[in-house]
Design a binder for this molecule. Structure first.
Ligand code: ACO
Length: 191
């Protein structure tokens, strides 16, 4: 995704992590014009993700990120667009208190890290970018895919999780979240 401003100036790293402050670097947080451009990128990404998932409204935007304690991993291609850079996609995560059912249909209260939104630009899908972004987040958060919950995963995300992380056996829930076999095992392997 290309923008009429310099993506490399906004996002110095290949993968940037944004939170409530929308600050990527000291420079960008001090300059309202750069903050405005970051907001434009986030709003555009949110709209594209919603369209790809056929949602009626975006679940990601600059104002939503500012009002929630989520983290957004944004990947760029610094060499694209004549060296001004292009945005490849994003992955948004956050902790949520959930009431879940285990295999025995017992209610369990948990606050796992959740995958909330995930999008790779349409013309770059199926090139391994999603895996790179997801793996970066896993390392940064020091978490395993089976210990996370997935908010209303799309068929493409379910296929992605099966292919890359062997997550195929989901445990039926009564909410929109999906968890997989392994979620309810604690470190000692009990339960
Ligand atoms: N159809 C089916 N499976 C797909 C598709 C597709 N069009 N695109 C990606 N996948 C899955 C497949 O398992 C694929 O492997 P394959 O090509 O061998 O079948 C695998 O993902 C490819 O892995 P990557 O290249 O690393 O994934 P990608 O860069 O495409 O990113 C993502 C995956 C984010 C799901 C991307 O396809 C996308 O943006 N899709 C549209 C938006 C979407 O559905 N996002 C998930 C929303 S749900 C949520 O966020 C909780």
């Amino acid at each position: 995704m290309e923008f009429p401003f310099d993506i490399n100036q906004l996002f110095p790293e290949r993968i940037s992590i944004l939170d409530q402050t929308l600050a990527v670097s000291r420079k960008s947080s001090a300059r309202p014009d750069l903050q405005e451009n970051i907001a434009t990128v986030l709003d555009e990404l949110g709209r594209a993700s919603a369209k790809a998932q056929q949602l009626t409204a975006p679940i990601t935007s600059a104002s939503k990120l500012q009002s929630q304690k989520h983290q957004l991993y944004l990947m760029k291609d610094g060499a694209a667009n004549g060296g001004r850079g292009a945005v490849v996609g994003f992955l948004k995560v956050g902790y949520k208190k959930l009431f879940l059912l285990d295999r025995q249909r017992a209610h369990i209260e948990a606050e796992p890290l959740c995958i909330l939104d995930f999008y790779i630009a349409d013309n770059r899908q199926r090139h391994g970018y999603g895996l790179q972004l997801f793996d970066h987040m896993l390392q940064d958060k020091n978490v395993q895919p089976a210990l996370m919950a997935y908010d209303r995963p799309s068929p493409k995300l379910l296929s992605f999780l099966a292919k890359h992380y062997n997550l195929t056996q989901s445990i039926p829930q009564v909410n929109n979240f999906v968890v997989f076999e392994g979620f309810f095992f604690d470190k000692s392997g009990s339960r």
